[in-house]
Design a protein around this ligand. Structure first.
Ligand code: NAP
Ligand code: MG
Length: 399
């Protein structure tokens, strides 16, 4: 059988640890036999990020802007322990943070629902899509440790010399403080991305912040969403029979847990980070969550929502068997290939992405699964397999 041809390369961002191992195996077993894969490769593994003083991350993000579609492996965000472990020159920033700051945009995360895995929350019947703002807030903050009594102020200097100052805290002793920001432009593009996504899925959109406490910062988000909705989307929502509503994040959490799912929940950057892990885990596993970053100028970056699965990697290094779930990473590839196929008008590539996802879901629904799902599945004929055997089972069905 002739391999499916591609036109434009995908931007391929390799990563770390267990997901780096799976990355290669997924390509070798599930993609290369069927697709004449074209990629522009960037190694975002921590050793190479360190070697290039993290410039490779910036280059990868710029390539994503040039070509439009990227697929990214999970990467280590170094902390003090990683600096020692990898002998790093510096505690490099989160690659995802760097990429999101360059691309801007919104991350949409949706659980992959399979037969046999029932959500922890018994009322949930349909997937909940989490829309996470991917720019600013604490991910682009400036923090300081104050080592003794000190007056901390927030100062804004305008080009015309105007200065705005506000007291943050009159420290009597040591403490911490942080400055963060967002922009009207980024919040507006976040809002439009969410409204467009809701219309494309024909699902209600919920948006929540803590505007009662953060009367300027969070309130700005609420106002921008509301203004854009009223001016640009209200009619389309009414025609589609869907609803937009804003509610306080505490109220949203309570409503989400009581809901039956089937809507999009838009959250600020940090809330979205935490809530998407909660939603993914309650739907089954972090490894059963798709994640795509949609930028305002129409670029897409597909990834898994989980990390590099360090604990499994250390077992792998010791030669012990692993049973790591590769579904989210496979769906990152299928999502990116499908989008590339749509943009380049390659229906065979789109169809391949559909088949790869169907074979993956089919494998699990046939009872063949990794340990994380095995612990949860209600299927009677379930069988736990190792990381590689799982890929081979998918490959069998795909062929
Ligand atoms: P993690 O890699 O997501 O793993 C946490 C735990 O969740 C694992 O130990 C495992 O539980 C379970 N798990 C996650 N993914 C799984 C999978 N595919 N299959 C089976 N089980 C899975 O998070 P972490 O351990 O907190 O972070 C590890 C590294 O990843 C860190 O260096 C962090 O910086 C990085 N990270 C990267 C990203 C990203 O690039 N998007 C996101 C988050 C974290 P059991 O051990 O109980 O089996
Ligand atoms: Mg997270």
């Amino acid at each position: 059988m002739a391999k499916i041809q591609m036109k434009t390369p995908l931007v391929e961002m390799d990563g770390d640890e267990m997901t780096r191992i799976l990355w290669k195996e997924i390509k070798d077993r599930l993609i290369l036999p069927f697709v004449d894969l074209k990629t522009e490769y960037y190694d975002l593994g921590l050793p190479y990020r360190d070697e290039t003083n993290d410039e490779v991350t910036v280059k990868a993000a710029e390539a994503n802007k040039k070509y439009g579609v990227a697929v990214k492996c999970a990467t280590i965000t170094p902390n003090a322990q990683r600096v020692t472990e990898y002998h790093l020159k510096e505690m490099w920033k989160s690659p995802n943070g760097t990429i999101r700051a360059i691309l801007d945009g919104t991350v949409f995360r949706a659980p992959i629902v399979v037969k046999g895995i029932t959500p922890t929350v018994s009322t949930w019947k349909k997937p909940i899509v989490l829309a996470r703002h991917a720019y600013g807030d604490i991910y682009k903050n400036s923090e300081l440790y104050v080592d003794g009594a000190a007056k901390a102020e927030l100062t804004v200097t305008y080009p015309d010399g105007r200065v705005d100052t506000k007291l943050i805290h009159d420290f009597k002793g040591a403490g911490v403080l942080m400055g963060m920001h967002n922009t009207d432009a980024s919040i507006s593009s976040f809002a439009r991305a969410c409204f467009n996504y809701a219309l494309s899925l024909k699902q209600d959109l919920w948006f929540s912040t803590k505007d009662t406490i953060s009367k300027t910062y969070d309130h700005r988000f609420k106002d921008i969403f509301n203004e854009i909705y009223e001016a640009e989307y209200k009619t389309a929502f009414e025609e589609a029979g869907i609803e937009y509503f804003y509610t306080l994040i505490d109220d949203a959490v309570a409503r989400v847990v009581r809901s039956e799912g089937g809507f999009i929940w838009a959250c600020k950057n940090y809330d979205g980070d935490v809530m998407s892990d909660m939603v993914a885990t309650a739907f089954g596993s972090l490894a059963m969550m798709t994640s795509v970053l949609v930028s305002p100028d129409g670029n897409f970056e597909y990834e898994a929502a989980h990390g590099t699965v360090t604990r499994h990697y250390y077992k792998h290094l010791k030669g012990e068997p692993t049973s790591t779930n590769s579904v989210a990473t496979i769906f990152a590839w299928s999502g990116a290939l499908r989008k590339r196929g749509e943009l380049d008008e390659l229906p065979e590539l789109v169809a391949f992405a559909d088949k790869l996802e169907a074979a993956t879901v089919g494998t699990i629904e046939d009872g063949v699964m990794t340990g994380d799902l095995y612990a949860l599945s209600t299927l009677e004929n379930k069988r736990k397999v190792g990381s590689i055997e799982f890929l081979d089972e998918i490959a069998k069905r795909l062929a």
